[in-house]
Design a protein around this ligand. Sequence first.
Ligand SMILES: C[S@@+](CC[C@H](N)C(=O)[O-])C[C@H]1O[C@@H](n2cnc3c(N)ncnc32)[C@H](O)[C@@H]1O
Length: 297
Amino acid sequence: MKAELPNPARGPLPVATVPKSEWPRHPGWARRMIARAASLPISAVNGLELLGNTIQRVANTLRFERFWNEKITADPRVVIVPTFNKTLGKHPIWNVAINWLAANTCSGQIIEFGTNNGGWLKYFVDRLPQTIAFTGFDCFKGLPEAWDGLPAGSIKGFGAPTELWADDPVARAKVMADAERGIHFPEPPQSNVSIMTGLFSETVPLFLKDGWPKDIRLIHFDADLYISTRPVLDTLCGPLDYRYLILFDEFYSANHEFRAWQEFTALYKLDDWRVVAASEDGSQVLIEVNTRRALAA
Ligand SMILES: C[S@@+](CC[C@H](N)C(=O)[O-])C[C@H]1O[C@@H](n2cnc3c(N)ncnc32)[C@H](O)[C@@H]1O
């Protein structure tokens, strides 16, 4: 039957109505039972949520242990590096990624989600050929939501990727002072580096406007939150069908990056991936995705 189109001459489409009730008429009995507790104070509701998160964290921590056993203990190829410390920082695992890239390619692009002051970006840009293009994504306003005990707005840094100007201390100081006064930073001094400012939900669609990149080599996830990691994994990484690296910075955060990775691999039925390197405590984890496929041209 052909659907009836609204026609001003015949009046609007008919709408069936029922009398308004004080509460929603839930179809399920379980939902109706819970709804009876609607007058609980909001502090009790928040407490319930906290309990739920804690239980979820315990479950995800148990999943993390299994992941470690299956993907790290059982694979003799995995390189284990020291946990972040003041002397070495995170350089050991970063160097594993750089060595992999240097051995495999001198073109393509590297992307970072969560650029902050740009320390990671500068380290990689300085050690890889200029023929590789870098893009850093950040809102430069700190974490949009609370994360593992830190309130929303934490880890704002200087509000600009100041480290990109580290070779020119005067320019760096100006970028930092400008950021404090709300003046946006200029184009980075490295011609192969671009910065996309804004929430990932705003900038990733712009980045993908011409389709999925065919030459990604490495993606660094350093935005800490589940909500900043999972949607990007789904949107950007889901359709990538060639070999590339992902480096997580807070993988041991069981309800966040780890959970995002678990759910993403389940959604895309992705089983062709391996851990290349991990820090001793599991916070930084370097993953090779689509290991049986060729590197993108
Ligand atoms: C841990 S810091 C990144 C550190 C950085 N990689 C470095 O080398 O210094 C996390 C950053 O993620 C950014 N961030 C988190 N979620 C975001 C989102 N949804 N959109 C944009 N930026 C986000 C925050 O603004 C913050 O600067």
